[in-house]
Design a protein around this ligand. Sequence first.
Ligand SMILES: [Zn+2]
Ligand SMILES: [Zn+2]
Length: 97
Amino acid sequence: MIIENKDKPIKKELLKDLPIITLQNIDNLDDEKKLCYICLKEYIIGDKVLALPCLHNFHPDCVKEWFKEKNVCPICKSELTEEKVYGPEGKEETPGK
Ligand SMILES: [Zn+2]
Ligand SMILES: [Zn+2]
């Protein structure tokens, strides 16, 4: 039996364009969002986290390591596609000045 390995790294541009937010409030987060699922450390207020389109958050450094090999969210396994990151309109082109 051959198990197909579909794992592939995320596109570098996608990773670069994911928003990094500073946590202002933790109490109102769902339990699974109160900690980084990669290093399993709980967030503290003021932590910078990288927010995926599926609304899961991770430490930027942790998730960058993860995304070297995979392009899915570590929690919900949803694939990070350009459409999810940029929306149906695609990436906004900034015209050169
Ligand atoms: Zn982490
Ligand atoms: Zn997710």
